[in-house]
Design a binder for this molecule. Structure first.
Ligand code: GDP
Ligand code: IMO
Ligand code: MG
Length: 433
């Protein structure tokens, strides 16, 4: 019997590291791809022969015919976003309805969650988190408070209707009494949700059992993280985080299989750093080459269209991410974006307001805000690496930059991405080998 591998792919920074591209590429050797946390706040971009597809909720393996795309219990599910994405894929000739299966235990995102997310953000004023406004936080709040409505609840429409009314009434109380904004239309929300349920309940399946069957068959499976390590609700730059565990441990709890099932954790690291939304960012470049990176890297949010903040690679934060995720291999992305720079810097320490030097990120990332980065300078290569697919074809200075990252993070580089296209990738060691 052949033995399959279960590989987790996670972002090691503040999201948008290029997870979607890498998952799509690695799916060539995978029978299934599983999302285990987050929701349609994610924006994962796939580019194949110049054709761009942006996925928010559906796993990034969907463009490979026959690959199972599983949405685990850890994902918060907007049926409206699901319909939209399935329709978009069907329009492009992708039979996604045949490939996607969804856990019965997924908590639903309702229109009132979205209204609450936006009301809470407005109420925070200058302290706003800069959420994607997709209702992610409020849906997770309801899950943990044990009052959420789950996908499986929709199987019994009469009972579901009562549950939905009770929850939306509660949301409307918060919206009107606490935030002084308009209530959502209960009747419309309930009837819309029940309609969406009728269409999508056939996609409900036991994801844990599906994964167990794949394991028995010796199949390879990819677990696709959304967001990034520094947005983790426990380990990120709280409160400027998302509301789920984005780190690799979430793959177990969010899909319903135990930690001993995982063989490898691939950490995706952008060759510099970006962040969208509020919160601390020690290596942020407000002046050049920040705008150059934003422009050359096309750093515009795939979900909200917001400009991403750009800065140097932060090895201090990344070292923490290596531990938080148990990263066993690295994929460095967007190397080509650095091609024109004369000098490239890496943050190797933080100097606190009191002059103390830190080379490790403190637990909870609490000290990020008042810190000055200590930067190490590296010569640029000033030639194109776009589309390079062999390590030997990289300029020496680019090789040296990558080797320095490997040394600082104490994890081997397995893949280097040199362009948005699926095939623009150097594979040094395949995670399924
Ligand atoms: P994700 O959320 O981690 O999947 O990343 P996003 O899709 O939000 O953002 C990554 C962006 O960079 C997308 O526009 C990708 O098409 C693009 N991209 C991915 N890898 C590379 C690369 O190696 N070079 C360049 N130039 N673009 C890349
Ligand atoms: P992918 O999977 C980058 C950020 C938001 C905000 C914070 C909380 O494409 O890497 P939320 O709506 O989740 O409550 O917002 O998290 N954020 C992301 N940033 N990439 C993402 O996903 C993100 N998903 C959420 O900008 O700062
Ligand atoms: Mg993204």
């Amino acid at each position: 019997m052949s033995v399959g591998r279960n590989v987790i792919v996670v972002g090691a920074q503040w999201g948008d590291e290029g997870k979607g591209k890498v998952v799509d590429l690695l799916t060539e050797r995978s029978a299934a791809v599983v999302r285990f946390q987050g929701g349609h706040n994610a924006g994962h971009t796939l580019v194949i022969d110049g054709h761009k597809t942006v996925l928010h909720l559906i796993p990034s393996g969907v463009l490979h015919p026959g690959v199972q795309c599983l949405i685990g219990n850890g994902v918060v599910l907007s049926l409206a976003a699901l319909d939209e994405e399935l329709d978009m894929l069907a329009g492009a000739g992708v039979p996604a309805r045949d490939q996607v299966r969804i856990s019965p235990a997924c908590p639903l995102i309702l229109p009132s969650h979205i209204a609450l997310d936006q009301a809470r953000e407005r109420a925070r004023g200058g302290q706003a988190i800069g959420t994607t406004g997709r209702g992610i936080g409020p849906a997770y709040e309801d899950k943990v408070a044990r009052r959420g409505v789950r996908f499986v609840d929709l199987v019994d429409p009469a009972r579901a209707e009562a549950q939905l009314r009770e929850l939306i009434d509660y949301h409307n109380f918060l919206l009107t009494a606490q935030f002084g904004v308009a209530a959502v239309d209960v009747e419309a929300s309930v009837s819309q949700t029940l309609e969406q349920a009728a269409r999508n309940l056939p996609l409900m399946a036991d994801i844990t059992a599906t994964l167990a069957a794949l394991r028995r068959d010796g199949a390879n499976v990819l677990f696709e993280g959304a967001q990034g390590s520094l947005l983790d609700v426990d380990h990120g730059t709280y409160p400027y985080v998302t509301s789920s565990n984005t780190t690799a441990g979430g793959a177990a709890t969010g899909s319903g299989v135990g930690p001993t099932w995982f063989d490898h954790v691939l950490g995706i690291v952008k060759a510099y750093t970006t962040r969208v939304g509020g919160g601390p960012f020690p290596t942020e470049l407000h002046e050049e080459p920040g705008p150059h990176l934003a422009n050359r890297g096309r750093e515009v949010g795939a979900t909200t269209g917001r400009a991403r903040r750009c800065g140097w690679l932060d090895a201090v934060a990344l070292r923490r991410a290596m531990v938080n995720n148990g990263v066993s291999g690295l994929c460095i992305t967007k190397l080509d974006v650095l091609d024109e720079l004369e000098t490239i810097e890496i943050c190797v320490g933080y100097r606190t307001a009191s002059g103390k030097m830190l080379d490790e990120l403190p637990a909870g990332a609490a000290a990020l805000a008042p810190c000055e980065p200590v930067l190490e300078r590296h010569p640029g290569w000033r030639q194109s690496t776009l589309g390079v697919r062999r390590w030997e074809a990289l300029p020496e200075a680019a090789q040296a930059y990558l080797r320095r990252i490997e040394t600082l993070l104490e994890v081997p580089i397995e893949l280097v991405s040199t362009g948005a296209e699926r095939e623009d990738t150097i594979v040094l060691r395949h995670p399924f080998d």
